[in-house]
Design a protein around this ligand. Sequence first.
Ligand SMILES: [Zn+2]
Length: 260
Amino acid sequence: MPSGNVVLSGNACRQVMSFCSATHAVRRHPQLATGTAQIPEKEDTMLLVDNEVKIPSKVNPKLTLRVLKGHFATVHSHINCYIDMTMLKYRQSEAEEVAKAMANDYQYNKPIDTIVVTDGCEVIGAYLADELKKHGVMSLNTHDSLYVVTPEFGNGGQMIFRDNIQPMIRNKNILLLLASATTGRTIARAIECIQYYGGIVQGVSSIFSASGEIFGHEVHHIFDASDIDDYQTFSQENCPFCQKGQKIDAMVNSFGYSEL
Ligand SMILES: [Zn+2]
């Protein structure tokens, strides 16, 4: 495979098509179907999405967790599955279903005044506020409407609430909403920050959680590790993929993944 960008046509194109598999090549570069295209260097790699497995929720079959298999690096660990919640967070119909499922966990208990949203779950947060009201969850806010707040994050990863937002946190009953809870570090830090600003954490909800309880707080969730057959997480030093010399497929964080 030549390095750099090349223009392909005729036999050369067909050779590349068979080398990469026609499906991947054409999907990445539809121009290939017409015989000429600019081919970037990474053409011989698989698309991660081709390793996708779809797992329906036990709670609500309308909700599907998409899992990509491979070798991924996070800030803290290496993992063999990337849990792709993009559609659950950003597709309106799916975000609404997630919120409905989450609201069931708060039917009979504590008041909620503010939802603190992280990991790009703002759409779910807005629907969740609506669903909680429908479920009759009490709010102590005088205007009978919940706040849905996205915190700012400092360089050290700590949540920051500016002066105009702090009245929505101080002495308020808080529901912490996040996409994924694996090691529990993020939740622990978020709870600490909310308490620092005077908030009262009444509940934690996550789309995926590796544990039902983290630092004494029950983590309500829709999917957990039992939904994923062979979900494994390793420290960088003990990662079996790295030890075999297998290259990392992508860097991942709460926003998504970047293929390498
Ligand atoms: Zn590794």
